[in-house]
Write a new protein. Structure first.
Length: 130
């Protein structure tokens, strides 16, 4: 008669951490550095921290800059976050939500904003037919 192994595999899948990015106005830097990204501070319908993949950072910059009172792209900052996959919910391709406090790991350098801004301007000109 065979014995049952003492090590049973968990039915849950184990995921690692994901590196995602959060775009916000630079006036929020002091609060985010002190408390982290708080879902309660979300201005949308859902009280969640919104994060995007690296490929969607230009879109997130444009999306955030287009909101009323957020200012031009030069006043936005991009936080780099490492979040456990189990704490994330996928909203759309490359867009994620987290309902818990997220501690950012770092911030993107200012040079990235200038490069991204050029990309966005050329993309908007193409889209608007300018």
């Amino acid at each position: 008669m065979g014995t049952v192994s003492s090590r049973r595999r968990s039915r849950k899948r184990k995921y690692g951490t994901m590196v995602l990015y959060h775009v916000t106005h630079r006036r929020n830097i002091a609060s985010i550095d002190k408390h982290g990204l708080l879902p309660a501070k979300s201005t949308g319908k859902e009280q969640a921290v919104w994060l995007v993949s690296h490929s969607l950072v230009p879109w997130a910059l444009g999306h955030t800059a287009a909101k009323r009172g957020r200012g031009p792209i030069t006043k936005l900052v991009v936080y780099r976050c490492e979040v456990a996959r189990s704490k994330l919910r996928r909203f759309a391709r490359g867009t994620w939500r987290c309902y818990e406090v997220v501690k950012p790991v770092g911030m993107e350098p200012r040079l990235c904003f200038l490069l991204v801004k050029r990309t966005l301007i050329s993309a908007w000109r193409w889209f608007d037919g300018i």
